[in-house]
Design a protein around this ligand. Sequence first.
Ligand code: ZN
Ligand code: ZN
Length: 412
Amino acid sequence: MSNVAVEVNGRSYSWPKKPVVGVCVDGSQPGYIEDAIKAGVAPFFERMLVDGTSKIADCVIPSFTNPNNISIVTGRPPVVHGICGNFFYDQTTDSEVMMNDPDLLRADTIFKAFEGHGAKVCVITAKDKLRRLLGKGLSFGEGLSIGFSAEKANEVTLSEHGIENVLDLVGMPLPDVYSAELSEFIFAAGVKIMERDRPDIMYLSTTDYIQHKHAPGTPVANDFYQMMDGYLSQLDAMGCTIVVTADHGMNAKHDENGQPDVIYLQTLLDDWLGEGNTRVILPITDPYVVHHGALGSYATVYLGDNIDQNALIEKLAGYDGILMALDRKAGCEKFELPEDRVGDIIIISEQHKALGTSSDRHDLSGLKEPLRSHGGVTEQQVPLLMNCKSDISADRKLRNFDIYDIALNHSI
Ligand code: ZN
Ligand code: ZN
């Protein structure tokens, strides 16, 4: 198998010479890693920066978790794979549909392609909502691929996840879904499975619970990066190629009093155009709202029949705190999104503004710290690090979904 190049979604990947570990650090705005290094708690990250490869890449817009994770594992943007948010409005059935069903994924993953050529794959994610998408098409069972979430690590079976008794293997209790340990469990499991099985391709994808609450350089953030640093250095010692990126960045979105700084779009549009003429969709919304209250910097709006779209776009684009408003065609072209899962208008707010629907539809009771969130173009820049040098041309515009290309085709 050693000379096989694997083709998937129009890209080609060389066979791994040693195990490749792709890491998606959820919400890792540039600055977190650098500040942890400055604090002296991240010596392995420092070595990657100094002796390896250190670049800045662009993530996919909307800068949310699912579209970016799926882009990373397919190597292509949402226009190809179809996942452009945590949920979308299905006009044919007039319903809002969660986008965690593997049937909605329109492309094969890099993992499935490699497995098809005999590779052993291991995918570990924080929340179960992503696991089924990331594991789509893989074969799980004794000696086959492995795929599970830290959230449901107590429920794994050989037939469904390719592994059993993960809690015993890792030696940690089941972590709380809102905790730093949820992410730590992923790395601890990754190290144990690398030791035991030495899979050819591994993907570790964390949750941004910490980044939503703690800015770069703060003690809790530094602790979190110190934790990752320790596990990554163990994977490095086992001879893995490690490539690290983020699904998106993270910015403060609150006023000077620490209150969320929000444009409530549905309220605004009802005010301008009358109730029932528009439907605002916030694709950040998911069942886990404690860390962001479903407030991000990206929204899409469906319009009723009698709305003057161009006039509305002009009015929105000029509204204080809105960075851009684009019609479906222009927005989908610019951000490489699937037109059938995006509304008539795409709206992106400024760096420190969030977008909501109406204040009564956001439960902010779980927000104990001033709001930090993502979704817009101001959270598009993410780190791209590798533990060895690469031959990437200096002028290449990198995307976070290039990590397996970088690791497999460009590591030296
Ligand atoms: Zn995320
Ligand atoms: Zn988030």
